[in-house]
Design a protein. Structure first.
Length: 396
């Protein structure tokens, strides 16, 4: 694969018009997303829309995960070229991500975009305080976004049934929905997704699940089945981590093929690839109109799926193996944010949210953790945990 070359916004727009299969500029073609009809231009533009489960929202199959993008021009170009759903979180860039999005949204018709944000699953001293902190954070998110409401409010990144069903979180989510500050509520999950998805179904409270899902999950089919069950139960399904960690040992994942692979599963209603360049946006937009995997793309995925990834994908095989009970998958995710996404702020925020010291393996006679992917867990922990002590002004 050729490395993506960043281009300016003007170039991108020009390029979009120029190609034989170019993407038409749709700035004037915004339509209401809150009615049951797809936008009028759908047939002209041939964008593929799917309905986000019982929310009834009709969304293009490609949305934007804004986590790693601090470029307002890129976010604006995404919205101007057919993307309508932006996914952010209270903690991304310590709030700057929501502020940037807020600036981009200013002046755009409220029914031309769909916003999701997420609040961390932090537990406080009491249930009442947990609920209050959750809602206070959400109110701050709305302020940063400059919005009265969002379409989706997620409980951020849970990895087990108990947290997904923790009553104070459910109470806060329902209170937010009742107040009209969010239209729908959801849960996001990076690991042990089938367990979280089943809990979301059982809760009968969640409307949407945001789950990691990619071509490396083609083996057991357990996640695929959980997603199918959730979709059948009426939950909207949004997929993230579609690149499966991106770079593999010596091979770069074909991003277009990987995105298509996820969307071949019609139970996935939209995806939130985290593109950060105009070229990447261009690539992802092309998938909105043509999902067919070419023979070459299929071969790419076959090859890339057989090569071990560079980053932990949260299989949780290691859970319980560490005598100090360290949250290894979370720490490995911080490692991926650092080296894969090059997003040190997200990595540091994640590390600081975990109940670990700056030298968590100190005194351990030898690592007993056997990673299913063969990673040297102790080495990665000692590498990434140093970020905890770096002054945040050096990072943000
Ligand atoms: S070295 Fe391994 S087993 Fe020991 S504390 Fe660290 S992660 Fe746990
Ligand atoms: S076993 Fe390895 S790949 Fe699986 S969650 Fe643990 S660190 Fe990640």
């Amino acid at each position: 694969m050729k490395a993506a070359k960043a281009v300016g916004r003007k170039d991108f727009i020009k390029k979009s018009f120029a190609g034989a299969a170019g993407i038409a500029f749709v700035g004037s073609a915004r339509a209401s997303l809150h009615n049951t009809e797809p936008p009028l231009q759908q047939s002209e533009r041939k964008i593929i829309y799917r309905t986000l489960g019982k929310t009834g929202l009709k969304l293009p199959i490609v949305s934007m995960g804004v986590m790693n993008s601090d470029n307002p021009a890129l976010i604006a170009a995404a919205l101007d070229n057919g993307i309508v759903h932006l996914d952010t979180a209270h903690g991304y860039m310590r709030g700057r991500n929501e502020e940037i999005i807020g600036r981009v949204l200013k002046g755009r018709p409220r029914d031309s975009f769909v916003i999701a944000t997420k609040i961390a699953d932090d537990k406080m001293e009491s249930a009442k305080e947990t609920e209050k902190v959750f809602l206070d954070r959400f109110n701050l998110s709305l302020k940063r976004l400059g919005l009265d409401y969002v379409e989706i409010l997620y409980l951020h990144s849970t990895s087990n049934r108990a947290d997904t069903l923790h009553e104070p979180f459910l109470n806060a989510l329902q209170a937010a929905r009742k107040s009209g500050k969010t239209r729908f509520v959801g849960v996001s999950t990076h690991s042990r997704q089938p367990e979280v998805i089943q809990a979301a179904i059982d809760s009968k409270i969640y409307d949407v699940v945001l789950t990691g899902y990619n071509f490396t999950d083609s083996g057991s089919g357990v996640l695929r089945e959980a997603i199918a069950k959730a979709a059948k139960a009426g939950l909207g399904i949004v997929a993230m981590k579609t690149l499966g960690g991106g770079t593999r040992r010596g091979v770069t994942v074909n991003p277009k093929a990987a995105l298509k692979w996820v969307l071949q599963d019609t139970n996935v209603h939209t995806t939130i690839p985290g593109f950060t360049t105009f070229d990447q946006l261009h690539t992802d937009l092309s998938v909105m109109e043509d999902l067919a995997l070419t023979r070459e793309e299929q071969e790419d995925l076959k090859l890339q799926g057989s090569v071990p990834g560079l980053y932990c994908l949260g299989c949780e095989t290691c859970t319980g193996q560490c005598p100090k009970n360290l949250p290894i998958p979370d720490m490995m995710r911080a490692y991926m944010y650092t080296y894969g996404h090059r997003n040190l702020g997200a990595a540091q925020d994640l590390l600081l949210s975990l109940d670990v010291s700056s030298d968590p393996c100190r005194g351990c006679p030898g690592c007993t953790v056997s990673c299913a992917k063969g990673f040297d867990v102790a080495e990665r922990i000692s590498d990434v945990v140093r970020l905890r002590d770096v002054p945040s002004s050096f990072i943000a």
